[in-house]
Structure formats: structure tokens, C-alpha cells
Design a protein around this ligand. Structure first.
Ligand SMILES: *[C@@H]1O[C@H](CO)[C@@H](O)[C@H](O)[C@H]1NC(C)=O
Ligand SMILES: *[C@@H]1O[C@H](CO)[C@@H](O)[C@H](O)[C@H]1NC(C)=O
Length: 367
């Protein structure tokens, strides 16, 4: 589940997921050891937004300043986690994926750990593990502390790499004996497009109809810093926790650190060469934007050619650090899309969409 599903605005995401299936699947159709689970994010699930020392994240600020539905109470998981774990047991889940609220664990974004926040996550993880449910933890689900947004502009400023790495260090140290699956960043592409190109999710920045922002440059700067932060956290885990004797006399933590992407299945709208090339461009922009650096150490060539100097550069050292820094890639998949080439145009205004040179439409699903 993601709060920002509505974000790819060119795609109607109100999809008929209720399609009739010809087959009924059961666990025996899946390989031995296949893990079934569900997931949530801290802001969607926890509630208790200003309890026990938690401070606002950019989500709190965004929804309250616009009078939108908020997560003040949400599912009240902060208080009802035991009941929720019971429900997971009754559902037969093998795993649960959740995120840690940075501003609950470290209220100012850096510095002292909030003991009550720490205790909550320890209790919850213990509850999961005791009931045989494997915890999968996301470190960043779009909710950095508002304090850091105010202080230096959050992900627009490289200072956040250091602060995010210190936050991750606390998580690995405190929870790593029970947690083997870590996702650093959830759906990086959605966060950058929604928050910095469209301005329709926190922190609500864009060129048009936003109080501030720059859709030509900020999505690329933020994505760059997300990748560097991910790589920094991954290195920390490998150096300090993965192989080495960790805390709690548990020996090696031996887990893995990955990166999360919103994946769309792209196909061309016609059999023309232009649409075929445009479809590959769509993959490069939506997926290669982060997968390119993670696998090859740099952005896809077509992005560099189109975006030029608005796309930040990796130093050689950074490139080496980012390359191979993901043990796995987490895929969230909700939809397929049809790609149509757009003739080059110059409107005096470029943003992520105009840079892609494509339009997307929803695959027509008839059920
Ligand atoms: C980033 O934050 C630091 C520390 O707060 C500040 O000195 C610097 O000017 C900021 N850089 C940018 C590009 O905003
Ligand atoms: C947005 O960023 C681009 C690229 O850095 C720059 O050329 C442009 O002047 C910026 N626009 C505004 C309104 O600041």
C-alpha cells in the first residue's frame, strides 16, 4: 500500500484490481520457501503522531498545512501492534514490511535517540519474531523529520547523507539482530516525482503552483542524494554489521540491504520505431534512473543526453560506491502503461515529464 499511488498523474491508477481470475492459486503453486506478506509505512500505520517524543515529519506538515486527511491516528498501530500481529498470524503471513519513523526514533533528525521510540520498535519487532513473522524494514518511506527540511532543505542538501547514515546506524545496531531485510529507500522514483516535480506529495515542491521548488532540477538532485545516501548506508552495513560480530552476542547479522522502486510494465502504443524507442526511454527514465547507477555506476546515456547538466554527476569514487550497493531491488508493481513518443518540443519549461519525451496512458483492462 502506498499513500502516493495517485501520483503518476498521467496514468489512471484507479485500476480494476478486482478482475475475475480463471485460476485459483494456492500456496502449493509457489516454490518452497516463497514468502507471503503484507506491508505498511510508518505514517500510514502508526498514528500517535505527537506522542512519546515523536516530532513532525514532512508528511505531517504537508497534510496539516493543506487540511488533507492525516495520519494523526491512522491504524493506531503504535498502540494496537499486538492485535495487528495477531491478525497477521490469523491471516497466515510469513512476513511483514514496515518502515521506521525517523522523527520518532531521532526526533531532531540527528543527535539523541528517543528511548520511547526505540522501545516501541523493539517491542513490535519482538512481537513479530515471537510469532514467526519475518520483519522487513524500510528506513525511508518519504518521512524525514521536518526539522531537517527546515534546517537545510532535506534531500536537496547533501548534509542529509550523513544524517541518514547515522539514523540507519542506530537501526542496524538496535534492531539488526532480528532484522535481515533492510530497504533503504521506498520507491525512490515516486518520491522524487511526487515531491519535487509534481508537488502533490511531501514536501510539495514544484515549478508551477507550488510555493517553492524547481521541477527542472530538484527531482534529479534529490534522486542523486537518495542514491548516495543508500550507498553510504549499504557500505556501513557491509563494513560494520553484515560480517562482523554485532551486538547482543548474536554474531554476524548477515542480512541484506536493498533499494525500492515503483515498477511499471511499459509497452509501445504502436509498432512504430519511434514508439519502440520511446518505450525503452520510459524504462530508462523511470527505472534506469536509479537502476543504472546501482548496477553500472552511472545514469542511462539517454538521460544524460536529454537533461545535460541539470542531472548531477557522480565523482569516480561515488560511482564506485553506488555501483553494486544494492543486495536486492524491491519492486512495487501496480500497473502497466502504454508509451507514445512525443515529438521534441521546447516550451521554455522542462520538467521530468518533458524530459522523458513520452506520454503514458493506462493499459485498458477489460474485466
Ligand atoms: C546545506 O546545509 C548546510 C548545513 O546546514 C549549509 O551550510 C549549506 O549551505 C547547505 N547547502 C545547500 C546547497 O543548500
Ligand atoms: C531551475 O533550475 C534550472 C537548472 O538548474 C535553472 O536553469 C533555472 O533557472 C531554475 N529555475 C528557477 C525558477 O529557479
Amino acid at each position: 500500500m502506498d499513500l502516493v499511488l495517485s501520483l503518476i498523474i498521467t496514468i489512471s491508477l484507479v485500476l480494476p484490481f478486482t478482475g475475475r481470475c480463471n485460476h485459483v492459486y494456492s500456496r502449493s503453486d509457489f516454490p518452497e520457501g516463497f514468502s507471503f506478506g503484507s506491508g505498511a509505512s510508518s505514517y500510514q500505520w502508526e498514528g500517535a503522531a505527537d506522542e512519546d517524543g515523536r516530532t513532525p515529519s514532512i508528511w505531517d506538515t504537508y497534510v496539516h498545512s493543506r487540511n488533507l486527511d492525516n495520519g494523526d491516528i491512522a491504524c493506531d498501530g503504535y498502540h494496537k501492534y499486538k492485535e495487528d500481529v495477531q491478525l497477521m498470524v490469523e491471516t497466515g503471513l510469513d512476513a511483514f514490511k514496515f518502515s521506521i519513523s525517523w522523527s520518532r526514533l531521532i526526533p531532531n533528525g540527528r543527535g539523541p535517540v528517543n528511548p520511547k521510540g526505540l522501545q516501541f520498535y523493539k517491542n513490535f519487532i519482538q512481537q513479530l519474531v515471537t510469532h514467526g513473522i519475518e520483519p522487513h524494514v524500510t528506513l525511508y518511506h518519504y518521512d524525514h523529520p521536518q526539522a531537517l527540511e527546515d534546517e537545510y532543505g532535506g534531500w536537496l542538501n547533501r548534509t542529509i547523507i550523513k544524517d541518514f547514515t547515522a539514523f540507519a546506524d542506530v537501526c542496524f545496531r538496535e534492531f539488526g539482530s532480528h532484522v535481515k531485510f533492510w530497504t533503504t529507500i521506498n520507491e525512490a522514483n515516486i518520491f522524487t516525482i511526487g515531491g519535487y516535480n509534481d508537488g502533490i506529495t511531501p514536501p510539495g515542491r514544484c515549478s508551477r503552483n507550488c510555493l517553492s521548488g524547481n521541477s527542472s532540477s530538484e527531482p534529479y538532485i534529490v534522486s542523486h542524494n537518495l542514491l548516495l545516501a543508500h550507498a553510504s548506508v549499504s557500505r556501513l552495513y557491509r563494513q560494520k554489521y553484515k560480517q562482523h560480530i554485532a551486538y547482543n552476542e548474536q554474531g554476524m547479522q548477515g542480512g541484506s540491504v536493498g533499494f525500492g522502486l515503483f515498477a511499471i510494465g511499459f509497452s509501445p502504443s504502436t509498432s512504430s520505431k519511434d514508439d519502440e524507442i520511446a518505450t525503452q526511454r520510459a524504462r530508462d527514465f523511470y527505472l534506469g534512473w536509479t537502476l543504472g547507477p546501482l548496477v553500472y555506476g552511472d545514469y542511462p546515456y539517454v538521460m544524460r543526453r536529454t537533461i545535460g547538466s541539470r542531472l548531477p554527476y557522480f565523482s569516480e569514487e561515488e560511482s564506485e560506491l553506488v555501483k553494486g550497493s544494492s543486495d536486492f531491488v524491491g519492486i512495487t508493481h501496480y500497473t502497466a502503461a502504454i508509451v507514445t513518443n512525443v515529438k521534441p518540443y521546447f516550451s521554455g519549461y522542462s520538467d521530468f515529464y518533458s524530459d522523458t519525451g513520452i506520454t503514458l496512458t493506462c493499459r485498458n483492462s477489460k474485466h
